[in-house]
Design a protein around this ligand. Structure first.
Ligand SMILES: Cc1cc2nc3c(=O)[nH]c(=O)nc-3n(C[C@H](O)[C@H](O)[C@H](O)COP(=O)(O)OP(=O)(O)OC[C@H]3O[C@@H](n4cnc5c(N)ncnc54)[C@H](O)[C@@H]3O)c2cc1C
Length: 453
């Protein structure tokens, strides 16, 4: 008889995991807090688009879903930097022009995954089921039906918590001895704004160049915009919650008047494209971002965490969903390799993934500094060009971090270690070249001086 798995949360990771495990022969029950999105044809919620790259696409390809997702995706082969003086500068992500991250609708991606899961024999999905508690020892979870008010309990050979950054399952595991948990809030929050499609202009229906991730780096804060297939852009401002010496925060810019004045000064080109700015600024909520690190990811040999529930990260490398999809592959592979010896598989899964999700958590935080502070600098641009040049000359020795994270699937921890080694070599080389240059100038001046004497 096939083993039974209960997946809590039909978000991006939970629904993909359901497809994987069903195809591996498991009987799968998925329970999701929200209502069934299939009738409405979309899923509500924030962050309406996201960037998917090599890791996510590989995971989707494994179950034949890559093509369907790419059909509605928009290629973003680089960043378009919007300077304060409204000039534009395109910075390719990679030396290889074929390399691009893909802007996809979160709602469409999730809905496609839910439909794929529901189409698998052996998968049952129950909506409006909010998990309220977990007993890791007996392997049972309690649910509240938000429509009927009824409470029920579900048991399985394996329970996987894919219930997101604010995971109830993780919360229950935290109460057990030996569970380490670390949560750090980012001092910055985010708010989404909207640039609609246009009917005229060189890039119509897009109001700006569609094939780029647009960034307005403002030092200490920034705005980004990702294109949507209907010609609109979803913009996200990342400002400090509390005003700092280098950037005004959400605390001091709360009214339409102050927001308009701030945008007129810092994001004028974008403001001109936002007819619903006043409404969006006041009505769209300020989101919080955090990094979550937990250990162990499993308990009692039959309960495990996966995706944001295990390791929420800040969104600045566009890797949270990509990393969660990699988790699905790792857990499925570990279960297959152990011939469904669940405790052994859970230990292998965590061993394979933990160091990598720790690494992408660090790189995501570092990338925030790069996006908001460095992308505007000429020095940074030269350095990126130099990195791409060196990569072209010696691809087996040098690969820029962005390429390793977004266009390759080498483990995140290896990408982090290699990029730190490369950074040290580049910094030493630049220092060496500067010393040589100074020595040469000194020698020339000395020779001229002697000649003049
Ligand atoms: C602003 C922003 C931008 C981002 N951009 C990117 C990007 O460009 N690229 C990228 O790869 N990642 C991005 N991410 C990260 C990405 O959204 C997450 O990493 C990804 O959604 C994690 O998937 P998940 O399935 O673990 O969690 P989720 O997608 O959050 O799914 C969790 C599911 O569990 C359900 N649930 C929650 N609680 C319960 C409960 N008690 N009982 C039952 N069900 C429950 C929820 O309703 C939901 O369906 C971004 C995140 C943010 C906030």
């Amino acid at each position: 008889m096939s083993k039974r798995v209960l997946i809590v949360g039909a978000g991006l990771a939970g629904s993909l995991l359901a497809v994987y495990l069903a195809r591996a022969g498991w009987t799968v029950e998925v329970r999701e807090r929200r209502g069934d999105p299939r009738a409405a044809g979309h899923i509500g919620g924030r962050s309406i688009n996201l960037a998917i790259s090599a890791r996510g696409l590989k995971a989707l390809r494994r179950v034949g879903l890559e093509e369907a997702i790419l059909r509605d995706a928009i290629r973003m082969p680089g960043r378009m930097i919007h300077a304060r003086d409204q000039s534009l500068n395109f910075q390719p992500y990679s030396r290889n022009p074929a390399h691009a991250i893909q802007s996809v609708s979160r709602s469409t991606l999730n809905l496609t995954l839910i439909r794929a899961a529901a189409a698998e024999a052996g998968v049952t999905i129950r909506f409006d089921q909010r998990c309220t508690d977990l007993d890791a020892t007996s392997g049972s979870a309690t649910f509240h039906d938000d429509r009927t008010g009824e409470t029920s309990t579900a048991q399985a050979d394996l329970i996987v918590g894919t219930d997101g950054a604010y995971s109830v399952l993780r919360g229950a595991m935290q109460k057990q001895e030996g569970f380490d948990y670390q949560q750090s809030w980012l001092s910055h929050g985010f708010k989404e704004l909207h640039i609609p499609a246009v009917t005229s202009g060189a890039t119509a229906p897009f109001a700006m160049h569609p094939h780029a991730l647009h960034i307005w780096p403002r030092g200490g804060s920034m705005m980004i915009a990702l294109p949507n297939p209907d010609g609109s852009f979803t913009c996200t401002i990342f400002w400090p919650h509390k005003t700092t010496a280098s950037a005004a925060g959400f605390d001091s810019i709360a009214t339409t008047e102050s927001a308009r004045a701030h945008f007129t000064k810092h994001y004028q080109d974008a403001l001109a494209l936002m007819p619903t700015f006043d409404h969006d600024f006041v009505n769209n909520p300020v989101g919080w971002m955090m990094t979550v690190r937990s250990r162990p990811w499993s308990m009692g040999g039959r309960v495990a965490l996966l995706g944001d529930a295990a390791h929420a990260i800040v969104p600045f490398f566009g890797q949270g969903a990509n990393a969660s999809f990699e988790d699905c592959e790792a857990l499925t592979d570990a279960l297959a390799a152990s011939h469904n010896d669940i405790p052994a598989a859970l230990a292998d899964y965590e061993r394979a993934r933990k160091r990598n999700t720790d690494a992408i958590a660090d790189m995501a935080l570092e990338n925030f500094i790069e996006m908001r502070d460095k992308t505007a600098s000429r020095l940074f641009r030269w350095r990126k060009k130099a990195e791409h040049f060196i990569h072209g000359m010696a691809p087996s020795i040098f690969t820029p971090r962005y390429d390793m994270v977004s266009f390759d699937t080498i483990p995140y921890a290896d990408a982090l270690a290699k990029s730190r080694r490369q950074d040290r070599v580049i910094t030493i080389s630049i220092k060496f070249l500067l010393v040589v240059a100074v020595a040469v100038i000194y020698a020339i001046v000395a020779l001229l001086w002697r000649g003049a004497l």
